[in-house]
Ligand binder design. Sequence first.
Ligand code: UGA
Length: 429
Amino acid sequence: MVVGTGYVGLTTGACLASLGHRVTCVDVDESKVARLAAGRVDIMEPGLAELVARGLTSGGLSFVVGAREAVRDADGVFLCVPTPMGAGGAADLRAVEQVVGEIADVLPSGCALITKSTVPVGTARRIQELTGRPDLAVVSNPEFLREGTAVSDFLGPDRIVVGSDTPGAADWVANLYEGLHAPAVVTDAASAELVKYAANCFLAMKLSFVNSIAELCERLGADIEPVTRGMGYDRRIGRSFLKPGPGWGGSCLPKDTSALLNIAESVRFDFDLLSAAVEQNIAQRDRVIAKIAGAVGGSLAGARIGLLGLAFKAGTNDLRDSPALSIASVLCAHGAEVTAFDPAVGGELPGMLVVDNAYQVAKGADAVVVLTEWPEFTRLDWTYMAELMHGDAVVDSRNLLEPRTVLNAGLSWQGIGRPRATVRATSVS
Ligand code: UGA
């Protein structure tokens, strides 16, 4: 039984069904449940719609409204409801508490209540108290799914983390994943809860560090690309999460860094290292904005700026805490005329014109800015882009484009931490 059909809940439900478990997914949104029961998946997750369809056909997966009825014969209930950032940066647990309150008295004895949503350390204990039922097991089983690759992350995980203070309960949950042959870290509830925050916050710090090194590259005349390549071959550092950008965003890293800072504060620990990473991330967005302003002559007022990308990363249509969107809104607030294109984002957005292809973004633009690393942007005809543009500035906040291609089209190019690449390419006519 899975409560909540967002990208975590739906992926969990569909993947567990594919592993041979009988899964019922519950949501409060009636129309969403009806769409899912008909095999219609609204979120953009490669492979998910196929898994849902397979589960529906085999009968291993079903969708219903209302948790209370559905949980009566459940062996385990996965809680996959949102835990957004609440007041003061702490995780808002109202949705979790609401579901627990709704189902606690009808759960069969011995049932495992499993938190998949990212919840503060101590939540398992709090849930146990809330249920008032020592015969239930509360288990923390954090997810490490990235948006856009959630299905492959679920089915090919680096590890499974499961923690409970009820003997045997964590092993029972770990066994649900037996078919995946991933190492399992079986521990107490608080440790499992902390693993999730520690992992996401470490990734955020790694990115803030890389973005700071990129800034140093600009000031010292070095190139971030070979610098990160040279770092990444060190197996203790690893190659992933070393790409500089406009700052980290999305529905997880910003929320989890702020929640862990809050948790640290609650036990009077100054987590300066993590606060610095968060501050650096804000500064990173400001740096990209300053680059754009510089590229259009210093003043954003009246400048025509074309944005390539709005989603917080490629492969998703998610705009939550997207650095691209926050940069766009600052540009608008400073009086720039902003046109934007994102292959996965349509509709209207305040202050800017959202168009349906990349060339429309270039039309009359003083500067074109890459904000999301969609691979299709590398395949644009930059000579044609140059013809359409009014100015000649390309700001590539993802270091996505081949600088030489852009420069050969008669445009200027600046990335993040790559002053040498710009200079070298400029000298090639
Ligand atoms: C993140 C974690 O990677 C998952 O392991 C975790 O399960 C998930 O949060 C969650 O808590 O549910 P996600 O938010 O989907 O996943 O996004 P990431 O792929 O981690 O990217 C986060 C941000 O870092 C994005 O803004 C991305 O553009 C940026 N990023 C990532 C870089 O700027 N450079 C990189 O090299 C990698």
